[in-house]
Write a protein that binds this ligand. Structure first.
Ligand code: HEC
Ligand code: HEC
Length: 290
């Protein structure tokens, strides 16, 4: 059938000439506003072609009159960010560790920087956010501290490590292996006494009494007479429910007989002074004290 363009009687619009079962298709023109928007975008693209990199060729693209490039822009932004960071890092270098919390902006920079470094270097042992791991990797996000939770104490621990033989200033203290010094029964008795300090454990009255006197003779010098712990010796508090190596009777007996002597690496030398400051601020912010 030949196409026949005619005027639609109802709307006065031309038809396209297509017709199906007596229904004719109208050729309604595009709205004016739509066309103008289209022309405007074409005009805009021409201007864009002239000023910005646009037309690709094999190894690059036209440069545009403004000489702008996204690479250059990133480079500038990075340089700006680096300069801002350098400002903060200079600030950190000049301020004593103890004074950082007084400067809110510097503190926030240090805390966040410390968090990033922590996740990279410390989280495999201490858990993300300092949540700790079983087997002697202490929780850092609480207010229970083996070696002290002040900014200074934390900084010393991080710099020199614990039982880290390569560092002459490392923190050292070694619980003796009482499995070689006490009878099996005595180890059980002193373990029962230790557990009773935090309201747990079994053991008869006589066991606990024997355990108490064994404790005073062998343990109190490091752990304190009430088992309150001595931070200068890294000897944990025993009269609470927080355990480094587990709080079952078997675990306590095992620790008393064969202490684990956990090792924490020294970080001075591996991380610069500023980074250690940031780490100390971050760890302290998790649960440190005065
Ligand atoms: C290889 C495992 C390991 C890594 C990595 C590690 N630590 Fe430790 N950390 C330990 C162990 C084990 C202890 C507990 C030692 C003990 O028994 O006294 C400890 C103890 C500490 C303490 C003392 C906690 C207290 O209660 O006094 C601090 C603070 C600490 N670590 C911070 C860090 C920071 C910060 C990093 C990262 C720069 C880090 N650690 C990386 C194993 C590790
Ligand atoms: C020279 C100091 C010293 C003496 C003495 C000592 N300890 Fe310890 N004790 C420590 C240190 C340090 C730790 C930390 C873990 C490690 O080094 O193995 C510890 C850890 C423990 C733990 C593990 C605590 C936990 O949170 O898991 C128990 C339990 C314990 N000691 C019981 C005893 C008992 C019982 C005695 C006496 C029979 C004793 N200790 C004597 C220094 C000492």
């Amino acid at each position: 059938m030949p196409t026949k363009i005619e005027k639609d009687a109802v709307t006065g619009t031309e038809t396209t000439g297509h017709e199906w079962d007596g229904i004719k298709e109208l050729n309604t023109p595009l709205p004016k506003w739509w066309l103008w928007v289209l022309y405007a975008t074409i005009a805009w693209s021409l201007v864009y072609y002239v000023f910005y990199p646009a037309i690709p060729y094999v190894t690059g693209a036209t440069n545009g009159l403004l000489g702008w490039s996204s690479r250059e822009q990133i480079r500038e932004q990075l340089a700006e960010a680096e300069a801002a960071r350098a400002d903060y890092l200079d600030g950190l270098r000049e301020v004593e560790l103890a004074a950082i919390p007084d400067d809110a902006r510097l503190f926030e920079f240090a805390r966040r920087g410390g968090q990033a470094v922590f996740n990279e270097n410390c989280a495999q042992c201490h858990g993300v956010g300092g949540a700790g791991n079983p087997g002697g990797f202490p929780v850092l996000a609480d207010d229970v501290w083996l070696w002290g939770g002040t900014l200074d104490a934390i900084s010393t621990t991080v710099q020199h490590g614990i039982r880290w033989n390569d560092d002459p200033d490392t923190r050292i203290s070694e619980m003796p292996a009482f499995g070689e010094m006490l009878a099996r029964e005595e180890v059980g008795q002193v373990a029962d006494y230790v557990l009773s300090l935090s309201g747990g454990g079994e053991g008869t009255e006589a066991d606990l009494e024997a355990g108490a006197s064994l404790f005073l003779d062998n343990c109190a010098a490091c752990h304190g007479e009430q088992g309150e712990g001595v931070q200068d010796l890294g000897a944990p508090r025993l009269n609470d429910a927080v355990w480094l190596y587990g709080g079952t009777r078997a675990e306590v007996i095992d620790q008393v007989a064969r202490p684990k002597h956990g090792v924490m690496p020294a970080w001075s030398g591996r991380l610069d002074e500023n980074t250690i400051k940031m780490l100390s601020i971050y760890v302290h912010s998790l649960g440190g004290g005065e």
